[in-house]
Design a protein. Structure first.
Length: 135
């Protein structure tokens, strides 16, 4: 297991990227995730990444987060080897999830979110690369 990425809510990726570029980091991929109503930009940092999240509408989850709390850390994402097994283990232990469905996100990775009330007050994403799925 490793920390896959840190999700950071920003008002504008175009403005936020300047700071990371000053640090010598580069955006690797930008993508709009329609079902989350969010634009994302992935910035590799060693074996982990920073994921900038810019809402495409005010009513999206990230849009509401920005209205309430302003820019900042939105979620931490843990990478697991078997996301289906992790989902089952959490469910059978009564962990509260944001959604019980595994979804497809930026770069085609699979993910679901654990509710902050079950994860020490922090929104936790569990994810896995799609190419790891054996079918
Ligand atoms: Zn994420």
């Amino acid at each position: 297991m490793k920390i896959d990425h840190l999700g950071i809510a920003v008002n504008s990726i175009d403005i936020a990227r300047g700071f990371y570029e000053t640090l010598g980091l580069r955006i690797e991929r930008e993508e709009t995730i329609e079902h989350e109503q969010v634009r994302t930009a992935m910035i590799p940092v060693g074996e982990s990444r920073i994921e900038l999240l810019e809402p495409t509408t005010e009513n999206s989850a990230v849009g509401r987060f920005l209205n309430k709390r302003g820019e900042g850390l939105h979620h931490v994402a843990l990478h697991v080897d078997d996301i289906a097994e992790t989902l089952e283990a959490l469910k059978s232990n009564g962990v509260r999830l944001v959604s019980e469905k595994i979804q497809v996100g930026a770069g085609g990775h699979l993910y679901f979110f654990v509710h902050p009330s079950s994860a020490g007050g922090m929104l936790l994403e569990i994810c896995q690369d799609r190419e790891q799925i054996q079918d």
